[in-house]
Design a protein around this ligand. Structure first.
Ligand SMILES: Cc1cc2nc3c(=O)[nH]c(=O)nc-3n(C[C@H](O)[C@H](O)[C@H](O)COP(=O)(O)O)c2cc1C
Length: 362
């Protein structure tokens, strides 16, 4: 190790040669991810219903990341239109996220294949084998979510080309386990396909730590939802800027007999009313006024259309302001390119510091 390196403090500003070396190391660390996605950076913009449409998706892809359209409840013709409109805004690769419960899943897959979409993300439960086969036969790649090692192994056997492991820190529908634990449980054991990490990522240095554990890249949602190019209502973005990590809470379930799918969102009046609503429904069930099925439906219907109300109408009090704990790291509304540049710079600087520590120790 050189004398000079020994005298550089870990906190001193990085030099150009140090940055270049660190960038090469970052490129190597996530090469499997960038090769798989066909992008400059292995950063996916996680699909977000109502938010991940042509503008945000193309902005992410144009900035060197990988945008993903959220199909949500769209009909096939509407999805075809969105893909075409996105392609008009970017010539870079992007993907489409399909919900496996969608009644027209087969047709939606075909729409993606006909439009030449290279990567299809299957979300919302274990993907049907037929959908995986159709996507692969059509020449596209399948990405699936895995909330546990046993499922990760099963999905790999079923033929998925990549996995996303999403921790409970994430915004939207979440599982119970944090990314810190999921990464340790899954990354050492899944080597045959690239694995992308999601949930709670707000900075590039954190992403580096997961790349070093074996991840091929990262997926972020919350930070992009508040980006300048996001069509989310100004009030939705302002709520993100104001919120701290602890404000992004999971939905409360009052009674085991009436399961509530956990969703992480900013606590608001709607969230408080949901608790009262459940209590009222349970009381009506207990008095015999409602059957169990009817009671469950009443609970599920409470949030119908609530994400749209928050994102599009800007009703941040009654709507569902889905956000991950990384919302605390959203401090302003920034252009997507700035968010991605910051992430890459933070990752690079983290690697410079690591190199200096090794040089000093060596
Ligand atoms: C407002 C919002 C809506 C979301 N909607 C979806 C969705 O429709 N489908 C999906 O697979 N994931 C959805 N997600 C999850 C994201 O794709 C992504 O995995 C997650 O936001 C990553 O964690 P982070 O929020 O900590 O960045 C949503 C997240 C947010 C914040």
């Amino acid at each position: 190790m050189s004398e000079q390196n020994n005298t550089v403090a870990v906190t001193d500003a990085p030099t150009q040669p140090e940055l270049q070396r660190a960038r090469k190391r970052l490129d190597a660390l996530w090469r499997r991810g960038t090769d798989f996605l066909g992008t400059q950076y292995a950063i996916l913009g996680g699909a977000m219903s109502w938010v991940s449409e042509r503008n945000l998706v193309s902005a992410i892809s144009n900035a060197g990341g990988f945008g993903v359209i959220a199909c949500g409840a769209m009909e096939p013709a509407r999805l075809a239109e969105e893909i075409q409109a996105t392609r008009a805004l970017t010539d870079r690769p992007f993907g489409v996220n399909l919900i496996t419960m969608h009644p027209q899943l087969t047709e939606l897959v075909q729409v993606c294949l006909d439009a030449g979409v290279g990567h299809i993300v299957l979300a919302g439960g274990i993907p049907p084998g037929a959908a995986i086969k159709a996507i692969k036969d059509g020449g596209a790649k399948v990405i699936a979510f895995s909330p546990a090692l046993v499922l990760a192994k099963r999905l790999v056997k079923m033929g998925v080309d990549a996995l996303v492991i999403e921790g409970a820190e994430a915004g939207g529908h979440v599982g119970p386990v944090s990314l810190t634990v999921l990464a340790q449980e899954i990354l050492p054991h899944i080597q045959s396909v690239p694995v992308f990490v999601a949930g709670g990522l707000g900075r590039g240095d954190a992403l580096v730590s997961y790349l070093e554990l074996g991840a091929s890249g990262g997926q972020l949602g919350t930070r992009f939802a508040a980006a300048e190019e996001s069509i989310a209502h100004e009030k939705f973005k302002k709520a993100f800027v104001r919120a701290a990590a602890r404000d992004a809470v999971t939905s409360v379930q009052l009674d085991d007999r009436f399961p509530v799918i956990p969703v992480r969102a900013l606590g608001n009046e709607g969230g408080r009313q949901f608790v009262t609503h459940q209590a009222d429904v349970i009381r009506r069930f207990q008095s015999g006024e409602l059957t169990r099925e009817a009671a469950q439906l009443e609970i599920e219907h409470f949030w119908a259309g609530a994400l749209r109300r928050a994102v599009i109408d800007g009703d941040v009090e009654q709507g569902s302001v889905m956000a991950g704990q990384s919302v605390g790291m959203v401090t302003s509304v920034q252009p997507v390119a700035q968010i991605i540049d910051d992430l890459v710079e933070q990752a690079t600087v983290a690697l410079v510091r690591q190199q200096r520590r090794m040089d000093t120790d060596g």
